[in-house]
Design a protein around this ligand. Structure first.
Ligand SMILES: *[C@@H]1O[C@H](CO)[C@@H](O)[C@H](O)[C@H]1NC(C)=O
Ligand SMILES: *[C@@H]1O[C@H](CO)[C@@H](O)[C@H](O)[C@H]1NC(C)=O
Length: 321
């Protein structure tokens, strides 16, 4: 657990009370990738460095939040895409991979979980589990102290529980709240997943919902789903603040929207015509003394009607105030 200083609590309290009136954030571009790069998710190392996954190639890149310098950290073989990333223990990360292309979409049966080990001099990667029954593994979160991750399957509308020791993958959570809604809605269900105080918070992209469910230590349901918001314009992943504000990337309106634990929403950054915030995919708080109130956001960039990339994926920093 991270211990947060008084200054952060002050900032977050202000951000929380600001939910009744629009709260703006200062935006800085940290890094820009080549046109066509789609940044999909991110995790933050204890040293402060950002780890970013790409969905059009099966790669993880590190990005310095200070200089913007980028380095390739891992490239996964025999797969074409990387999605969710989460830290399991200090400098050991789990990453979802699978086959995706703009032309053919997701390949069900191709998804797997890898670890990226940054504890030594050179990064080491290892395939931990194939999850052949998954349609498309997306958001990823580690259960505390258990070497078990929960992975959102956005196509089949379920949350898998994957034991990183045995590679055993079973469905922990499923049901309407996790499922993609019927056509003509966007065909992705549960997407971002994060834990706080033994509840799993999650978005459902097609349904436009942000919900929570109490879970047992093994990831299974300990209560009913409570939907906090049902009007989000294609929500993707989000960052949870210590006081429970969800800084949510909302694809269709190219925005970061904060949602509190009672379901109140407020626009924090971006806007329907924003180029910078097209297409926001994930968010995470910084972890060092100097950036604990900064929310880092990954984007996929602008694509035209034919799906051709027009602008690059970016890493943005929002300083909350
Ligand atoms: C995924 O893509 C890789 C690389 O193109 C290919 O070798 C592999 O057979 C694909 N897997 C599936 C399940 O389609
Ligand atoms: C995998 O999980 C299932 C369901 O919980 C269990 O029955 C099975 O024994 C587990 N297999 C391994 C190898 O842990």
């Amino acid at each position: 657990m991270i211990k947060f200083g008084a200054s952060l609590l002050t900032v977050l309290t202000l951000a929380s009370t600001a939910l009744t009136s629009p709260a703006a954030a200062r935006v800085r571009e940290v890094a820009s990738f080549p046109v066509g790069a789609w940044l999909e998710n991110l995790a933050v190392r204890a040293c402060g460095e950002l780890l970013v996954t790409r969905v059009e190639v099966a790669e993880v890149w590190s990005v310095s939040p200070v200089s913007g310098r980028k380095n390739l950290v891992a490239r996964f073989p025999d797969t074409t895409s990387a999605t969710g990333i989460t830290e399991i223990e200090h400098d050991l990360f789990a990453v979802n991979t699978g086959n995706y292309s703009a032309q053919s979409g997701f390949t069900p049966g191709s998804y797997a979980v890898w670890t990226v080990d940054l504890r030594g001099k050179v990064p080491k990667i290892r395939k931990i589990a194939a999850v052949p029954s998954a349609g498309m593994l997306n958001g990823l979160v580690a259960l505390p102290g258990a070497r078990v991750v929960l992975a959102a399957d956005s196509v089949n509308g379920a949350v898998y529980k994957i034991d990183l020791r045995s590679g055993n993958a079973t469905i922990a959570l499923a049901g309407d709240a996790f499922a993609a809604p019927p056509p003509p809605a966007y065909p992705l269900g549960v997407n971002g997943v994060h834990l706080k105080a033994s509840s799993l918070y999650f978005t459902n992209t097609g349904a436009g919902t942000y919900s929570r469910i109490a879970i047992h230590p093994d990831g299974t349901a300990a209560g009913p789903v409570e939907t906090l918001r049902d009007d989000l314009e294609l929500p993707d992943d989000f960052a949870l603040s210590p006081n429970g504000l969800a800084y949510t990337t909302v694809n269709q309106i190219r925005s970061i929207v904060a949602i509190d634990t009672k379901g109140a929403r407020v626009q924090i950054a971006g806007g329907a015509n924003s180029i910078q915030f097209a297409t926001p995919t994930a968010a995470q708080f910084g972890r060092t003394v100097s950036d604990r109130t900064t929310v880092y956001v990954t984007t996929g960039g602008v694509r035209d009607e034919a799906g051709t990339a027009v602008t690059s994926g970016k890493v943005l920093a929002l300083t909350l105030h």
